[in-house]
Design a protein around this ligand. Structure first.
Ligand code: CA
Length: 195
């Protein structure tokens, strides 16, 4: 490597990358820069509170003050343990969810100060509605057809809904026949301190 190429790789390239990154960053609506996403709840997480109910039943389950003491405790994924879809196998499905019912799940999230940009990723067969701290963040029940696939939905949670400490993720999944499946992933970013 000659002096010129060293200069390019050690000085010009990093400066160029920093400039590009700062330009890209300024296009976003968020004023404060934030960290790369970290996973709060991974796919296949344990210890959800859940209940299987008739379609449209369980009104109010999404509210933080809802009494879920009648709910069971189960591990994701929820679904049919066997079937023609890749994720419908006894390894990925750890809690049985019967067809043609609604599955209600609740899980608390502990979020530190400075948390921003929480995103809820969903893998589902069939439909799903997602709430955080009692607020619908999915704009109603979202319709899904065919086999479940990872991240087929992602719902951004407005920062204004987040609380330091305990937050509630509540999800209604609906099956319309054939096979069932539900799994979730939640990520967050952290506001960076400048200076
Ligand atoms: Ca189905």
């Amino acid at each position: 490597m000659n002096d010129r190429s060293r200069f390019v790789s050690r000085v010009l390239l990093p400066v160029t990358i920093m400039f590009v990154l700062s330009t890209v960053g300024s296009l976003g609506t968020a004023a404060a820069p934030s960290s790369a996403p970290t996973i709060v709840v991974p796919y296949g997480a344990s210890e959800y509170k859940y209940q299987v109910v008739p379609v449209d039943d369980g009104i109010g389950f999404e509210r933080p003050d809802f009494d879920d003491s009648a709910f069971a405790v189960g591990d994701a994924g929820f679904g049919s343990r066997e079937g023609y879809c890749e994720l419908n196998n006894p390894g990925d499905v750890r809690t049985e969810w019967p067809v043609e019912t609604d599955l209600l799940v609740r899980k608390t999230l502990e979020l530190p100060a400075g948390t921003t940009d929480v995103v809820v990723y969903v893998t589902v067969d069939n439909d799903v509605q997602v709430f955080v701290n009692g607020h619908d963040v999915s704009d109603g029940l979202q319709i899904h057809e065919g086999c479940p696939s990872l991240d087929s939905f992602s719902f951004a949670v407005p920062d204004s809904l987040l609380q330091v400490g305990t937050n509630l993720l509540a999800v209604r999944a609906r099956d319309r026949g054939g096979l069932t499946y539900l799994d979730l992933e939640v990520t967050r970013r952290n506001r960076l301190r400048l200076g």
